[in-house]
Ligand binder design. Structure first.
Ligand SMILES: *Cc1c(COP(=O)(O)O)cnc(C)c1O
Length: 369
């Protein structure tokens, strides 16, 4: 059987009775949209993070769109982020009419180089948007200081970092708001699309609730501005509630997989993930690096192992973002790493047998490359 970087079927077999019961619970509830499951999940997800509010929505991209709008970011504003991210981070900034401004990444953890942020701030900067990519957090203290000094909003993109900790603090609890995705592959994944924003700010929460519901505070009257139809489905909310009760076991399983890779690949020419001091990594992706990346990926296909690159094309080099005006060469660390990084299979239900097959295939390929 083909081995991929992600697969949910083993987990579904283990959890099938509970997942089907979740679906049946919703279908029998009599309320299919914004009902008890969404309310319950929002309460439980806020409680997990120890924050006042969680407002769910239909996907992670829209969680960022809604959060930016709820924080007052719009046309003419600049948002500082990174180019080494999932394109949706930047698409969301574009969709609210703001301009993304990129800083480079660090060569060790591949995350935002926060020492470059102050120089990127202009009179139009409205928001800092760090991306806790791959499952560990950006160095937040300098960003918190800059946000306070320059009166900027601080929005965390937590789509890849559910449950990650930074000097003991949970990802998503360090800024003014944080956006999550529950796309199936994510560390906490639904059986379809989903997203949420968490915040301690009552005004931001009120804005989020209005904006995800057409801009209405009550049926059927749009108040300050037209909004979106961006609701989390009851079925996915109920599935997420069930999975949240098992969430710590998913994190433990991902860390076990990471430990086994670290052991099985330690003495090879692969550069393994580097954990920045103060971070607890949740390993959404297990990202390694090698100058012969493309050849390794191609040779592993003969073993029926299909790997991925996250991300092969930095956002600023994509033709769809040519209007931003970035030249190739403008973000040298981002561009260099994009040619060398790739992801190994990583998910909570990955079996030791399959992982051993992956490790020995990689070792064979590396020995002859
Ligand atoms: C997945 C992801 C998103 C978008 O989430 P969707 O639910 O797919 O819309 C945004 N940012 C990052 C970093 C992601 O990984």
């Amino acid at each position: 059987m083909t081995t991929r970087v992600w697969d949910y079927l083993a987990e579904y077999e283990q959890e099938r009775d509970d997942i089907l019961d979740a679906v049946d619970t919703v279908f029998r509830s009599g309320l299919l949209v914004l009902g008890e499951s969404v309310r319950g999940f929002e309460r439980e997800y806020a409680d997990y993070h120890g924050v006042r509010h969680c407002v769910s929505c239909d996907n992670g991209t829209n969680a960022i769109v809604l959060a930016l709008r709820a924080l007052g970011v719009g046309p003419g504003d600049e948002v500082i982020t990174v180019s080494n991210t999932a394109a949706p981070t930047v698409i969301a900034i574009d969709q609210v009419g703001a301009t993304p401004v990129f800083v480079d990444i660090r060569p060790d953890d591949y995350l935002m180089d926060t020492s470059q942020v102050e120089a990127a701030i202009t009179s139009r900067t409205k928001c800092l948007l760090p991306v806790h990519l791959y499952g560990q957090c950006v160095n937040m203290a300098p960003l918190e200081a800059l946000a306070a000094k320059h009166d900027l909003a601080l929005l965390e993109d937590c789509a890849q970092s559910h449950g990650a900790r930074h000097h003991g603090r949970l990802a998503g609890t360090m800024g003014d708001a944080a956006a999550f995705s529950f796309y199936p592959t994510k560390v906490l994944g639904a059986y379809g699309d989903g997203g949420a924003t968490i915040t301690n700010d009552d005004q931001v929460e009120a804005n989020l609730r209005r904006l995800r519901y057409y801009g209405m505070e009550k049926q059927y009257y749009v108040t300050s501005t037209p909004g979106h139809n961006s609701r989390l489905d009851e079925v996915h909310a109920e599935i997420l509630r069930r999975k949240l009760t098992r969430f710590d076991s998913y994190l433990a399983a991902r860390r076990r997989v990471a430990d086994r890779y670290a052991e099985g690949l330690a003495d090879t020419s692969l550069v393994l993930p580097s954990i920045t001091p103060g971070n607890d990594h949740v390993y959404y992706l297990y990202v390694v690096r090698h100058p012969k990346r493309d050849e390794i990926i191609e040779r592993l296909e003969a073993y029926d192992i299909m790997l991925n690159v996250s991300y092969r094309w930095p956002v600023h080099t994509m033709s769809g973002f040519a209007h931003l005006g970035y030249e190739t060469g403008s973000l040298p660390v981002t561009e260099r790493l994009a040619d060398e990084i790739f992801s190994l299979p990583m998910y909570a239900s990955l079996s030791e047998d399959v992982q051993d097959k992956v490790i020995s295939a990689i070792r064979e390929v590396l020995a002859t490359i």
